[in-house]
Design a protein around this ligand. Structure first.
Ligand SMILES: NC(=O)c1ccc[n+]([C@@H]2O[C@H](COP(=O)([O-])OP(=O)(O)OC[C@H]3O[C@@H](n4cnc5c(N)ncnc54)[C@H](O)[C@@H]3O)[C@@H](O)[C@H]2O)c1
Length: 212
């Protein structure tokens, strides 16, 4: 079951959130869940959940809810939960070191298996059981990895990106403030904590949440 191209990107982004919660319910032995329960747990309003789920052909019945197993099976296949996605990390400084120690331990299917840096003091050491390799060797050593996390200084972001693209990487999770340029076939997701924080501050100020 492939992720239908007609599923809006905003919906696709919520899938991992739904998956995590449904998996917890499944572990607890629950077989049905209402959109209200889901909504409270994942903090997405129930109208959005119902619309999202209608894209997957999962139509909950009033007072009956959604079938947890059906949804889990759908998400597992759509999110490729049956295959392991190997990830590379570039830049083992403050942020990169934290990611390597964390290494997505709550997910069985996402793992940083290679890490690179430019600092000779760091190259050859291990962080979180991952060997730090020389960035200048990236193109020769990075095989069969589609996705990379970028945690280098902004000034190094483009040159490292060029190496990743040459090595065949298809997706980059960019934590640097730099806006990097990539060919059209490569997808970049920017995670800018400053922008996120400023946006939160703006919403807290201008759109306070309603009290229950
Ligand atoms: N630390 C944070 O909380 C934080 C938060 C949000 C965003 N960021 C951004 O994430 C990036 C990393 O931040 P940090 O605090 O970990 O920085 P850092 O200086 O601690 O680490 C950067 C690492 O990248 C390595 N590096 C430099 N040039 C390289 C190159 N050409 N190839 C490979 N490795 C190279 C350095 O040797 C260093 O180990 C920065 O762009 C920063 O703006 C950091």
């Amino acid at each position: 079951m492939e992720l239908n191209n007609k599923i809006p990107q905003a919906t696709a982004k919520r899938l991992p959130l739904y998956y995590r919660f449904l998996n917890n319910l499944h572990i607890q032995g629950k077989t049905r869940v209402s959109s209200k329960e889901l909504s409270e747990a994942v903090k997405v309003d129930s109208a959005t959940i119902r619309r999202d789920f209608s894209y997957f052909g999962a139509l909950g019945r009033k007072g009956y809810g959604y079938n947890v197993e059906y949804l889990l099976e759908f998400f597992r296949k759509t999110l490729n939960q049956d295959t392991v996605s190997n990830v590379a990390l570039i830049g083992v400084g403050n942020l990169g070191t934290a990611f390597l120690h964390y290494n997505f331990s709550k997910s069985n299917n996402t793992k940083i298996i290679r890490a690179y840096d430019a600092n000779p003091d760091v190259i050859g050491t291990e962080v979180g059981h991952v060997l730090i390799e020389d960035i200048n060797q990236l193109e020769e050593t990075l095989a069969n990895i589609d996705v990379a996390i970028l945690t280098v200084p902004g000034s190094a972001a483009q040159s490292v990106t060029d190496k990743l693209v040459k090595a065949g990487v298809k997706g980059i999770l960019n934590f640097t403030p730099a806006r990097i340029t990539v060919p059209t076939e490569v997808r970049v997701h920017h995670i800018d904590l400053t922008v996120e924080l400023q946006s939160l501050i703006y919403f807290v100020e201008h759109y306070p949440m309603d009290k229950k």
